[in-house]
Design a protein around this ligand. Structure first.
Ligand code: FDA
Length: 313
């Protein structure tokens, strides 16, 4: 009988599929064995744990962007509760004297229910962030949500909000145009590769193509972007960005490198030691399951790591 070969792409698909399963979430929530692995990627379930992780990073010269985990909110009450949660986080950042930003998903604050609601709540969070002197990053979700997300984002820009930026995903075929448009508007962009299962009609399917697109877009962003964020753990692309910036005489404080909590800490520290600005995305909260599954999907080795924990090896 032919052996079933699990390659990286199949595992990625499996985990991205599981990230949408309520049943698998209920099982994961009850699994004590998963907790230590979860803690590698998620700072904790409470705001205090999130803020403490941000303070710990700051002590090492690294800034944070705090994500109160949540997405695909199904009721207006839930969306308003999430927005209030962000207001509390912003107050916490202020009271602890941190330089942290916040990152949020528009589906967490009602995008799937009404664009008016998401725009109202994003505006409220941005105004609170402005009052405490900080910044809001709008994460990007799957490509189905991208057009409404950009409409809401642009509406808030038209309200005159300036302390807000967007995430663009290098795997999407449309991203070069979005990148040019937002660069022209002076919008801060975080560039990532993209973490969702997408059709080849809208996104590059091959990793090599995603990586090549990332390299090209990062150069545009570094040259012309406003407060650009190079968000990848890919050492080759980080080196390429460093070399490109140096070759064009770009000052090290004109851009920042961003990482996800718990990934490539060695590289984060090396960049800080070399004089670069580094920000870490710090997720916390009880709604950790979809985020966690996307992290597993990104790297098959994480599954082995979990398996070892589960069997106590
Ligand atoms: P790649 O997947 O090629 O990984 C390069 C190396 O990094 C790996 O070889 C490994 O060493 C390490 N690595 C990467 N992922 C790992 C993991 N999960 N566990 C352990 N090691 C890992 N996506 C999105 O769609 N919308 C968004 O808003 C964001 N926001 C965001 C913010 C920040 C700060 C970062 C760094 C990333 C995102 N992402 C995201 C996720 C992003 O799209 C992408 O899925 C991951 O960053 C993984 O891709 P890499 O660029 O790291 O490259």
């Amino acid at each position: 009988m032919p052996a079933i070969l699990w390659d990286g792409a199949m595992l990625r698909h499996l985990f991205l599929g599981l990230s949408r399963s309520d049943r698998a979430w209920a099982l994961a929530r009850r699994s004590a064995a998963l907790r230590p692995v979860l803690r590698r990627f998620v700072a904790g379930e409470t705001m205090d744990e999130g803020l403490t992780a941000a303070a710990g990073l700051r002590a090492g010269g690294i800034d944070a962007t705090l994500d109160l985990l949540g997405e695909a909110t199904e009721s207006e009450d839930g969306a308003r509760r999430a927005a209030r949660g962000y207001v509390e986080v912003l107050n916490g950042i202020f009271h602890r004297g941190l330089r942290s930003h916040v990152s949020l998903k528009l589906s967490q604050i009602g995008l799937d229910l009404s664009e008016d609601l998401a725009a109202e709540l994003l505006g409220l969070i941005c105004r609170t962030a402005a009052a405490v002197g900080t910044f809001v990053r709008v994460d990007m979700e799957d490509s189905g949500r991208l057009p409404p997300a950009l409409r809401v984002f642009e509406r808030v820009l038209r309200f005159g909000v300036r302390n807000v930026g967007i995430v663009l995903q290098a795997y999407l075929l449309r991203t070069p145009e979005d990148l040019q448009r937002y660069i022209r508007q002076g919008v801060s962009i975080r560039l990532c590769k993209g973490a969702y299962a997408e059709s080849p009609t809208v996104a590059y399917a091959r990793k090599a193509d995603v990586d090549a697109a990332y390299g090209r877009l990062a150069e545009q962003l570094l040259l012309y972007g406003h407060a650009p964020a190079i968000a990848t753990h890919d050492e080759r692309l980080i080196r390429r960005s460093r070399e490109f910036a140096a070759s064009r005489g770009l000052a090290k404080d004109r851009f920042e490198f961003q990482f996800l909590y718990g990934i490539r800490r060695d590289l984060q520290e090396r960049l800080v030691a070399d004089g670069y600005r580094v920000r870490v995305y710090v997720p916390f909260g009880t709604h950790w399951y979809p985020y966690f599954m996307r992290r597993l999907a990104e790297r098959p080795a994480n599954v082995v790591f979990i398996a070892r924990h589960l069997i106590g090896a």
